[in-house]
Design a protein around this ligand. Structure first.
Ligand SMILES: [Zn+2]
Length: 62
């Protein structure tokens, strides 16, 4: 299931909508900011019923 999620870039502070795939379960991956192209680390939390519960974003080196 694809979910649209609004996040705030940890580098430039701009917010944008990204698409998160909850079907793969909880995971971590890197995706470039759509505004400043910096590598944002996404921490995806998916509940046991498959619903996207949380999206946390961090700088790559934090
Ligand atoms: Zn950015």
């Amino acid at each position: 299931m694809l979910n649209e999620w609004q996040i705030d870039c940890p580098y430039c502070g701009e917010n944008f909508i990204t698409t998160v795939d909850a079907s793969a379960g909880s995971q971590q991956y890197v995706e470039d900011c759509q505004v400043c192209c910096s590598p944002i680390v996404f921490h995806i939390t998916v509940a046991t019923d498959g619903v996207l519960a949380a999206v946390d974003v961090n700088r790559e080196n934090d």
